[in-house]
Design a protein around this ligand. Structure first.
Ligand code: S3P
Length: 470
Protein backbone atom coordinates (compact mmCIF):
# COMPACT_ATOMS: atom_id res chain seq x y z
CA UNK A 1 0.00 0.00 0.00
CA UNK A 2 1.02 3.58 -0.49
CA UNK A 3 -0.01 5.70 2.43
CA UNK A 4 1.02 7.58 5.49
CA UNK A 5 2.45 5.14 7.98
CA UNK A 6 -0.46 4.44 10.32
CA UNK A 7 1.16 2.00 12.63
CA UNK A 8 1.59 -0.38 9.70
CA UNK A 9 4.72 -1.28 7.86
CA UNK A 10 5.30 -1.31 4.12
CA UNK A 11 4.00 2.22 3.65
CA UNK A 12 5.97 2.88 0.52
CA UNK A 13 5.59 -0.24 -1.54
CA UNK A 14 5.49 0.18 -5.31
CA UNK A 15 8.52 2.39 -5.52
CA UNK A 16 9.73 2.54 -9.06
CA UNK A 17 12.23 -0.26 -9.61
CA UNK A 18 15.85 0.65 -10.22
CA UNK A 19 16.75 0.69 -13.89
CA UNK A 20 18.21 -2.59 -15.07
CA UNK A 21 18.68 -2.11 -18.80
CA UNK A 22 19.81 1.21 -20.16
CA UNK A 23 20.61 0.48 -23.82
CA UNK A 24 18.56 -1.61 -26.20
CA UNK A 25 19.21 -2.68 -29.76
CA UNK A 26 16.25 -2.75 -32.14
CA UNK A 27 16.76 -5.37 -34.82
CA UNK A 28 15.16 -5.05 -38.23
CA UNK A 29 11.91 -6.97 -37.90
CA UNK A 30 10.10 -9.63 -39.91
CA UNK A 31 6.41 -8.72 -40.39
CA UNK A 32 4.72 -7.90 -37.07
CA UNK A 33 1.56 -9.82 -36.25
CA UNK A 34 -0.89 -10.30 -33.43
CA UNK A 35 -2.58 -8.07 -30.90
CA UNK A 36 -1.37 -5.73 -28.17
CA UNK A 37 -3.11 -4.07 -25.22
CA UNK A 38 -1.46 -0.72 -24.60
CA UNK A 39 -0.99 0.24 -20.94
CA UNK A 40 -3.47 2.57 -19.24
CA UNK A 41 -3.57 6.21 -20.23
CA UNK A 42 -0.96 8.19 -18.30
CA UNK A 43 -2.86 11.48 -18.24
CA UNK A 44 -6.07 9.84 -17.04
CA UNK A 45 -4.21 7.71 -14.48
CA UNK A 46 -2.68 10.76 -12.76
CA UNK A 47 -6.05 12.49 -12.71
CA UNK A 48 -7.98 9.45 -11.45
CA UNK A 49 -5.63 9.17 -8.47
CA UNK A 50 -5.73 12.90 -7.75
CA UNK A 51 -9.51 13.20 -7.96
CA UNK A 52 -9.92 9.97 -6.01
CA UNK A 53 -7.86 11.64 -3.28
CA UNK A 54 -10.31 14.59 -3.38
CA UNK A 55 -13.32 12.36 -2.65
CA UNK A 56 -14.44 11.25 0.77
CA UNK A 57 -14.48 7.45 0.67
CA UNK A 58 -13.07 4.82 -1.64
CA UNK A 59 -12.49 5.19 -5.37
CA UNK A 60 -11.63 2.02 -7.29
CA UNK A 61 -9.56 2.41 -10.45
CA UNK A 62 -9.25 -0.30 -13.07
CA UNK A 63 -6.53 -0.28 -15.70
CA UNK A 64 -4.38 2.31 -13.92
CA UNK A 65 -1.01 2.78 -15.59
CA UNK A 66 1.54 1.31 -13.17
CA UNK A 67 4.46 3.35 -14.46
CA UNK A 68 7.12 5.30 -12.60
CA UNK A 69 5.40 8.65 -13.29
CA UNK A 70 2.01 7.56 -12.01
CA UNK A 71 3.50 5.83 -8.96
CA UNK A 72 5.30 9.09 -8.12
CA UNK A 73 1.96 10.89 -8.10
CA UNK A 74 0.47 8.12 -5.93
CA UNK A 75 3.30 8.48 -3.40
CA UNK A 76 2.91 12.26 -3.32
CA UNK A 77 -0.84 11.92 -2.70
CA UNK A 78 -0.09 9.49 0.11
CA UNK A 79 2.23 12.09 1.63
CA UNK A 80 -0.73 14.51 1.50
CA UNK A 81 -2.82 12.02 3.51
CA UNK A 82 -4.60 9.77 0.99
CA UNK A 83 -4.35 6.00 1.29
CA UNK A 84 -3.66 4.23 -1.97
CA UNK A 85 -3.49 0.50 -2.35
CA UNK A 86 -3.23 -2.06 -5.17
CA UNK A 87 -5.86 -4.73 -4.67
CA UNK A 88 -7.12 -7.88 -6.37
CA UNK A 89 -7.09 -8.00 -10.15
CA UNK A 90 -4.75 -5.02 -10.36
CA UNK A 91 -7.49 -2.64 -9.19
CA UNK A 92 -6.28 0.37 -7.25
CA UNK A 93 -8.16 1.65 -4.20
CA UNK A 94 -7.89 5.30 -3.22
CA UNK A 95 -9.19 6.42 0.17
CA UNK A 96 -9.57 10.14 -0.31
CA UNK A 97 -9.33 13.03 2.12
CA UNK A 98 -12.07 15.13 0.47
CA UNK A 99 -11.90 18.53 -1.23
CA UNK A 100 -9.74 20.81 0.92
CA UNK A 101 -8.58 17.89 3.08
CA UNK A 102 -4.88 17.60 2.19
CA UNK A 103 -2.41 17.42 5.07
CA UNK A 104 1.07 18.95 5.01
CA UNK A 105 3.61 16.41 3.74
CA UNK A 106 6.42 15.54 6.14
CA UNK A 107 9.12 15.46 3.47
CA UNK A 108 10.08 16.75 0.04
CA UNK A 109 7.92 15.26 -2.73
CA UNK A 110 9.94 13.71 -5.54
CA UNK A 111 7.89 13.51 -8.73
CA UNK A 112 10.68 11.82 -10.68
CA UNK A 113 10.28 12.54 -14.39
CA UNK A 114 6.64 13.60 -14.24
CA UNK A 115 5.73 17.09 -15.46
CA UNK A 116 2.05 16.23 -15.26
CA UNK A 117 2.37 14.99 -11.68
CA UNK A 118 4.21 18.04 -10.42
CA UNK A 119 2.11 20.67 -12.20
CA UNK A 120 -1.23 19.13 -11.24
CA UNK A 121 -0.16 18.66 -7.63
CA UNK A 122 1.19 22.22 -7.41
CA UNK A 123 -2.35 23.27 -8.38
CA UNK A 124 -4.02 21.00 -5.87
CA UNK A 125 -1.72 22.12 -3.03
CA UNK A 126 -2.02 25.82 -3.92
CA UNK A 127 -5.47 26.15 -2.36
CA UNK A 128 -4.60 24.40 0.90
CA UNK A 129 -3.16 26.06 3.99
CA UNK A 130 0.07 24.06 3.92
CA UNK A 131 3.66 24.15 2.75
CA UNK A 132 5.05 21.53 0.39
CA UNK A 133 8.29 21.20 -1.55
CA UNK A 134 8.44 19.44 -4.92
CA UNK A 135 11.46 18.18 -6.79
CA UNK A 136 12.19 15.70 -9.55
CA UNK A 137 14.90 14.12 -11.67
CA UNK A 138 17.41 16.12 -13.72
CA UNK A 139 15.02 16.33 -16.69
CA UNK A 140 12.09 17.58 -14.59
CA UNK A 141 14.33 20.03 -12.68
CA UNK A 142 15.15 21.62 -16.03
CA UNK A 143 11.52 22.23 -17.04
CA UNK A 144 9.60 25.50 -16.62
CA UNK A 145 7.17 25.65 -13.70
CA UNK A 146 6.41 29.38 -13.87
CA UNK A 147 3.55 28.69 -16.29
CA UNK A 148 1.74 26.83 -13.49
CA UNK A 149 2.81 29.14 -10.67
CA UNK A 150 1.63 32.38 -12.37
CA UNK A 151 -2.12 31.69 -12.14
CA UNK A 152 -1.79 30.04 -8.74
CA UNK A 153 -0.24 33.23 -7.32
CA UNK A 154 -3.39 35.11 -8.36
CA UNK A 155 -5.39 32.63 -6.33
CA UNK A 156 -3.27 33.48 -3.27
CA UNK A 157 -0.50 30.88 -3.24
CA UNK A 158 3.17 31.82 -2.76
CA UNK A 159 6.17 30.06 -4.28
CA UNK A 160 9.91 29.78 -3.83
CA UNK A 161 11.61 28.32 -6.87
CA UNK A 162 15.08 27.93 -8.25
CA UNK A 163 16.17 30.46 -10.85
CA UNK A 164 14.02 30.44 -13.97
CA UNK A 165 11.05 28.99 -12.08
CA UNK A 166 12.73 25.59 -11.91
CA UNK A 167 12.32 22.81 -9.32
CA UNK A 168 12.78 22.40 -6.42
CA UNK A 169 9.70 24.54 -5.79
CA UNK A 170 8.13 25.22 -2.41
CA UNK A 171 4.47 26.16 -2.42
CA UNK A 172 2.86 27.95 0.48
CA UNK A 173 -0.79 27.36 -0.27
CA UNK A 174 -3.50 29.98 0.22
CA UNK A 175 -5.39 29.76 3.50
CA UNK A 176 -8.29 31.56 1.84
CA UNK A 177 -8.02 30.84 -1.88
CA UNK A 178 -9.77 33.16 -4.29
CA UNK A 179 -11.66 32.01 -7.37
CA UNK A 180 -9.90 33.42 -10.42
CA UNK A 181 -10.48 33.84 -14.12
CA UNK A 182 -7.33 32.89 -16.03
CA UNK A 183 -6.59 33.10 -19.74
CA UNK A 184 -3.89 30.59 -20.67
CA UNK A 185 -1.12 32.14 -22.77
CA UNK A 186 -0.48 28.75 -24.46
CA UNK A 187 -2.74 25.73 -24.82
CA UNK A 188 -1.62 23.56 -21.89
CA UNK A 189 -3.71 20.84 -20.32
CA UNK A 190 -1.34 20.73 -17.37
CA UNK A 191 -1.73 24.41 -16.54
CA UNK A 192 -5.49 24.30 -17.18
CA UNK A 193 -5.74 21.32 -14.84
CA UNK A 194 -3.55 22.97 -12.18
CA UNK A 195 -5.94 25.94 -12.08
CA UNK A 196 -9.06 23.75 -12.03
CA UNK A 197 -7.66 21.56 -9.23
CA UNK A 198 -6.77 24.67 -7.23
CA UNK A 199 -10.27 26.02 -7.92
CA UNK A 200 -11.80 22.91 -6.36
CA UNK A 201 -11.05 24.35 -2.92
CA UNK A 202 -11.88 27.99 -3.72
CA UNK A 203 -15.35 29.39 -3.07
CA UNK A 204 -17.30 30.58 -6.13
CA UNK A 205 -16.45 29.99 -9.76
CA UNK A 206 -12.94 29.42 -11.09
CA UNK A 207 -12.68 30.03 -14.83
CA UNK A 208 -9.99 28.97 -17.29
CA UNK A 209 -10.00 30.29 -20.85
CA UNK A 210 -7.89 28.32 -23.31
CA UNK A 211 -6.93 29.67 -26.74
CA UNK A 212 -7.19 26.22 -28.29
CA UNK A 213 -8.78 23.18 -26.70
CA UNK A 214 -6.28 20.91 -24.95
CA UNK A 215 -6.96 17.40 -23.66
CA UNK A 216 -10.06 17.50 -21.44
CA UNK A 217 -9.53 14.47 -19.20
CA UNK A 218 -9.63 16.64 -16.07
CA UNK A 219 -12.99 18.08 -17.06
CA UNK A 220 -14.38 14.62 -17.93
CA UNK A 221 -13.29 13.11 -14.63
CA UNK A 222 -14.38 16.12 -12.57
CA UNK A 223 -17.89 15.66 -14.00
CA UNK A 224 -17.68 11.90 -13.39
CA UNK A 225 -17.02 12.58 -9.70
CA UNK A 226 -19.93 15.04 -9.51
CA UNK A 227 -18.37 18.50 -9.94
CA UNK A 228 -20.46 21.17 -11.65
CA UNK A 229 -18.84 22.79 -14.64
CA UNK A 230 -19.84 24.82 -17.68
CA UNK A 231 -17.72 24.45 -20.82
CA UNK A 232 -18.46 26.87 -23.67
CA UNK A 233 -16.84 27.49 -27.03
CA UNK A 234 -15.35 30.94 -27.52
CA UNK A 235 -14.43 32.91 -30.66
CA UNK A 236 -11.25 31.70 -32.33
CA UNK A 237 -11.82 28.02 -31.50
CA UNK A 238 -10.95 28.09 -27.79
CA UNK A 239 -12.94 27.14 -24.72
CA UNK A 240 -14.08 28.67 -21.46
CA UNK A 241 -14.29 26.29 -18.53
CA UNK A 242 -16.10 27.47 -15.40
CA UNK A 243 -15.92 25.25 -12.32
CA UNK A 244 -18.14 25.66 -9.24
CA UNK A 245 -15.77 25.51 -6.28
CA UNK A 246 -15.98 23.44 -3.12
CA UNK A 247 -18.09 20.61 -4.52
CA UNK A 248 -18.53 17.40 -2.63
CA UNK A 249 -16.89 14.84 -4.88
CA UNK A 250 -18.40 11.36 -4.72
CA UNK A 251 -16.27 8.25 -5.23
CA UNK A 252 -17.11 6.53 -8.52
CA UNK A 253 -15.44 3.60 -10.23
CA UNK A 254 -12.98 4.61 -12.95
CA UNK A 255 -11.81 2.49 -15.89
CA UNK A 256 -8.75 3.83 -17.64
CA UNK A 257 -8.61 3.39 -21.44
CA UNK A 258 -5.40 2.37 -23.22
CA UNK A 259 -2.98 5.22 -23.78
CA UNK A 260 -3.06 6.47 -27.39
CA UNK A 261 0.43 7.91 -26.90
CA UNK A 262 1.77 4.44 -26.03
CA UNK A 263 -0.37 2.71 -28.67
CA UNK A 264 1.26 5.06 -31.20
CA UNK A 265 4.56 3.14 -31.05
CA UNK A 266 2.98 -0.20 -31.97
CA UNK A 267 0.87 1.47 -34.66
CA UNK A 268 3.95 3.14 -36.15
CA UNK A 269 5.98 -0.07 -36.05
CA UNK A 270 3.24 -1.96 -37.91
CA UNK A 271 3.09 0.78 -40.54
CA UNK A 272 6.82 0.80 -41.31
CA UNK A 273 7.69 -2.91 -41.08
CA UNK A 274 6.62 -4.32 -44.48
CA UNK A 275 3.99 -7.07 -44.37
CA UNK A 276 2.82 -6.28 -40.82
CA UNK A 277 -0.77 -6.45 -39.69
CA UNK A 278 -1.62 -5.96 -36.00
CA UNK A 279 -4.50 -5.05 -33.73
CA UNK A 280 -4.08 -2.54 -30.93
CA UNK A 281 -6.92 -3.08 -28.48
CA UNK A 282 -8.75 -0.59 -26.30
CA UNK A 283 -7.04 2.60 -27.48
CA UNK A 284 -8.36 5.85 -25.96
CA UNK A 285 -9.54 8.05 -28.82
CA UNK A 286 -10.45 11.30 -27.12
CA UNK A 287 -10.49 13.72 -30.08
CA UNK A 288 -8.22 16.10 -28.14
CA UNK A 289 -5.60 13.34 -27.88
CA UNK A 290 -5.78 11.07 -30.88
CA UNK A 291 -5.04 13.31 -33.89
CA UNK A 292 -1.93 11.26 -34.72
CA UNK A 293 -4.13 8.55 -36.20
CA UNK A 294 -5.87 11.06 -38.51
CA UNK A 295 -2.46 12.41 -39.53
CA UNK A 296 -1.17 8.93 -40.31
CA UNK A 297 -4.28 8.20 -42.39
CA UNK A 298 -3.60 11.38 -44.37
CA UNK A 299 -0.14 9.96 -45.06
CA UNK A 300 -1.78 6.88 -46.56
CA UNK A 301 -1.86 4.60 -43.50
CA UNK A 302 -4.45 1.88 -43.24
CA UNK A 303 -5.84 2.14 -39.70
CA UNK A 304 -9.34 0.75 -39.20
CA UNK A 305 -11.42 1.21 -36.05
CA UNK A 306 -13.76 -1.34 -34.54
CA UNK A 307 -15.59 -1.96 -31.26
CA UNK A 308 -16.01 1.72 -30.47
CA UNK A 309 -17.05 2.15 -26.84
CA UNK A 310 -17.01 4.75 -24.09
CA UNK A 311 -15.45 4.85 -20.61
CA UNK A 312 -16.49 7.89 -18.52
CA UNK A 313 -16.91 10.19 -21.53
CA UNK A 314 -13.66 8.87 -23.02
CA UNK A 315 -14.12 7.15 -26.40
CA UNK A 316 -12.09 4.03 -27.04
CA UNK A 317 -11.78 1.50 -29.89
CA UNK A 318 -9.62 -1.29 -31.30
CA UNK A 319 -7.32 -0.32 -34.16
CA UNK A 320 -6.39 -2.68 -37.00
CA UNK A 321 -3.18 -1.49 -38.64
CA UNK A 322 -1.58 -2.69 -41.90
CA UNK A 323 1.77 -1.77 -43.35
CA UNK A 324 1.72 0.04 -46.67
CA UNK A 325 3.21 2.85 -48.71
CA UNK A 326 3.18 6.24 -46.96
CA UNK A 327 3.76 9.76 -48.24
CA UNK A 328 4.79 12.97 -46.52
CA UNK A 329 2.28 15.71 -45.66
CA UNK A 330 2.17 19.11 -44.06
CA UNK A 331 0.71 18.60 -40.58
CA UNK A 332 -1.73 21.43 -39.79
CA UNK A 333 -0.10 23.39 -36.91
CA UNK A 334 -3.49 23.93 -35.24
CA UNK A 335 -3.62 20.18 -34.73
CA UNK A 336 -0.59 20.26 -32.42
CA UNK A 337 -2.34 20.21 -29.01
CA UNK A 338 -4.26 17.05 -29.99
CA UNK A 339 -1.07 15.11 -30.80
CA UNK A 340 1.60 17.04 -28.93
CA UNK A 341 3.35 13.95 -27.51
CA UNK A 342 3.25 12.09 -30.82
CA UNK A 343 5.59 14.23 -32.94
CA UNK A 344 8.69 12.15 -32.13
CA UNK A 345 7.10 8.95 -33.42
CA UNK A 346 5.54 10.83 -36.33
CA UNK A 347 9.02 12.05 -37.28
CA UNK A 348 10.15 8.41 -37.38
CA UNK A 349 7.21 7.39 -39.58
CA UNK A 350 8.01 10.39 -41.80
CA UNK A 351 11.49 8.96 -42.41
CA UNK A 352 9.75 5.93 -43.99
CA UNK A 353 7.31 8.03 -46.04
CA UNK A 354 8.05 9.25 -49.58
CA UNK A 355 8.64 13.00 -49.72
CA UNK A 356 8.54 15.76 -47.19
CA UNK A 357 6.69 15.83 -43.87
CA UNK A 358 6.45 19.33 -42.41
CA UNK A 359 5.75 19.67 -38.69
CA UNK A 360 5.37 23.26 -37.48
CA UNK A 361 3.80 25.15 -34.59
CA UNK A 362 5.32 22.72 -32.09
CA UNK A 363 7.78 24.93 -30.20
CA UNK A 364 6.26 23.47 -27.00
CA UNK A 365 8.25 20.32 -27.82
CA UNK A 366 11.37 22.15 -26.74
CA UNK A 367 10.23 22.11 -23.07
CA UNK A 368 9.03 18.53 -22.77
CA UNK A 369 11.02 15.74 -21.04
CA UNK A 370 13.79 16.83 -23.45
CA UNK A 371 14.00 19.32 -26.32
CA UNK A 372 12.18 16.88 -28.57
CA UNK A 373 12.79 18.86 -31.76
CA UNK A 374 16.55 18.81 -31.18
CA UNK A 375 16.49 15.17 -30.07
CA UNK A 376 14.63 14.00 -33.19
CA UNK A 377 16.72 16.11 -35.54
CA UNK A 378 19.97 14.88 -33.94
CA UNK A 379 18.97 11.23 -33.87
CA UNK A 380 17.49 11.08 -37.37
CA UNK A 381 20.51 12.86 -38.82
CA UNK A 382 22.85 10.43 -37.07
CA UNK A 383 20.91 7.63 -38.78
CA UNK A 384 21.38 9.27 -42.17
CA UNK A 385 17.92 10.78 -42.61
CA UNK A 386 17.62 14.22 -44.20
CA UNK A 387 16.04 16.56 -41.63
CA UNK A 388 15.73 20.30 -41.33
CA UNK A 389 15.41 21.92 -37.91
CA UNK A 390 13.07 24.92 -37.62
CA UNK A 391 12.61 27.13 -34.57
CA UNK A 392 9.07 25.78 -34.19
CA UNK A 393 9.35 22.34 -35.71
CA UNK A 394 11.10 20.13 -38.22
CA UNK A 395 10.93 18.87 -41.78
CA UNK A 396 11.75 15.24 -42.52
CA UNK A 397 12.60 14.16 -46.06
CA UNK A 398 11.90 10.46 -46.12
CA UNK A 399 11.83 7.46 -48.42
CA UNK A 400 10.16 4.07 -48.33
CA UNK A 401 13.42 2.52 -47.14
CA UNK A 402 15.76 5.03 -45.46
CA UNK A 403 19.45 4.69 -46.22
CA UNK A 404 21.25 2.21 -43.91
CA UNK A 405 22.52 3.92 -40.75
CA UNK A 406 26.26 4.41 -40.38
CA UNK A 407 27.75 1.64 -38.21
CA UNK A 408 28.41 2.23 -34.52
CA UNK A 409 25.83 4.98 -33.97
CA UNK A 410 24.22 5.08 -30.52
CA UNK A 411 21.14 7.26 -30.19
CA UNK A 412 21.17 9.32 -27.00
CA UNK A 413 17.71 10.00 -25.62
CA UNK A 414 18.28 12.74 -23.03
CA UNK A 415 16.15 11.12 -20.27
CA UNK A 416 13.15 11.08 -22.59
CA UNK A 417 11.01 7.94 -22.78
CA UNK A 418 9.26 8.91 -26.02
CA UNK A 419 12.54 9.63 -27.80
CA UNK A 420 13.81 6.20 -26.72
CA UNK A 421 10.71 4.33 -27.94
CA UNK A 422 10.62 6.32 -31.19
CA UNK A 423 14.16 5.34 -32.19
CA UNK A 424 13.61 1.71 -31.18
CA UNK A 425 10.65 1.66 -33.57
CA UNK A 426 12.88 3.21 -36.23
CA UNK A 427 15.27 0.29 -35.81
CA UNK A 428 12.48 -2.24 -36.41
CA UNK A 429 11.85 -0.75 -39.84
CA UNK A 430 15.49 -0.02 -40.69
CA UNK A 431 17.96 -1.97 -42.79
CA UNK A 432 20.43 -2.43 -39.91
CA UNK A 433 20.09 -2.62 -36.09
CA UNK A 434 19.80 0.63 -34.14
CA UNK A 435 21.20 1.03 -30.62
CA UNK A 436 19.33 3.35 -28.27
CA UNK A 437 20.72 4.52 -24.90
CA UNK A 438 18.71 5.63 -21.87
CA UNK A 439 15.96 3.06 -22.34
CA UNK A 440 15.33 2.79 -18.58
CA UNK A 441 13.22 5.97 -18.98
CA UNK A 442 10.63 3.95 -20.92
CA UNK A 443 9.34 2.78 -17.52
CA UNK A 444 7.96 6.27 -16.88
CA UNK A 445 5.12 5.65 -19.33
CA UNK A 446 5.26 2.14 -20.85
CA UNK A 447 6.64 -0.50 -18.47
CA UNK A 448 7.06 -3.75 -20.38
CA UNK A 449 7.44 -2.01 -23.74
CA UNK A 450 10.11 -4.39 -25.05
CA UNK A 451 8.09 -7.45 -23.98
CA UNK A 452 4.89 -6.06 -25.48
CA UNK A 453 6.65 -5.43 -28.79
CA UNK A 454 8.23 -8.91 -28.61
CA UNK A 455 4.67 -10.28 -28.49
CA UNK A 456 4.20 -8.83 -31.97
CA UNK A 457 7.45 -10.38 -33.19
CA UNK A 458 9.85 -7.46 -32.64
CA UNK A 459 13.31 -7.99 -31.13
CA UNK A 460 14.51 -5.29 -28.74
CA UNK A 461 17.56 -6.77 -27.04
CA UNK A 462 19.78 -5.41 -24.25
CA UNK A 463 23.09 -3.98 -25.47
CA UNK A 464 26.39 -3.00 -23.98
CA UNK A 465 26.61 0.77 -23.73
CA UNK A 466 29.27 1.73 -26.26
CA UNK A 467 28.73 5.39 -25.44
CA UNK A 468 28.91 7.10 -28.84
CA UNK A 469 26.78 10.23 -29.11
CA UNK A 470 25.10 11.38 -32.33
C1 S3P B 1 -0.33 16.32 -20.37
C2 S3P B 1 -0.37 17.44 -21.14
C3 S3P B 1 0.60 17.77 -22.16
C4 S3P B 1 1.46 16.56 -22.54
C5 S3P B 1 1.91 15.79 -21.34
C6 S3P B 1 0.72 15.30 -20.54
C7 S3P B 1 -1.38 16.11 -19.34
O1 S3P B 1 1.45 18.79 -21.69
O2 S3P B 1 2.57 16.96 -23.30
O3 S3P B 1 2.68 14.67 -21.72
O4 S3P B 1 -1.55 14.99 -18.86
O5 S3P B 1 -2.04 17.09 -19.00
P1 S3P B 1 1.02 20.35 -21.73
O6 S3P B 1 -0.24 20.47 -21.01
O7 S3P B 1 2.15 21.09 -21.08
O8 S3P B 1 0.92 20.68 -23.19
Amino acid sequence: MIGRPRGRSGATAHRSKPAVVSSLVAHPAAPLNGAIDPPGDKSISHRALILGACCVGETVIEGLLESADVMATARALAAFGAEIERGDGGRWHVHGVGVGGLMPPADVLDLGNSGTGVRLLLGLAASHDLTATFTGDASLRGRPMERAMAPLRQLGARFEAREGGRLPVTVKGAAEPLPIEYRLPVASAQVKSAVLLAGLNAPGITTVIEPRPSRDHTENLLRHFGAEMAVTAIDGGGRRIALHGQPELTPRAVRVPGDPSSAAFAVAAALIVPGSEITVRGVGLNPLRAALFDTLREMGAEIAESERRQLQAEPMADLRVRAGALHGIEVPPERAPAMIDEYPILAVVAAFAEGETVMRGIEELRVKESDRIAAMVGGLRALGVEVEELPDGLVVRGGRVPAPAPAGVVIETDMDHRIAMSFLVYGLGAAAPVTVAGCQMIDTSFPGFAQAMAGLGARLAPADDPGAVP
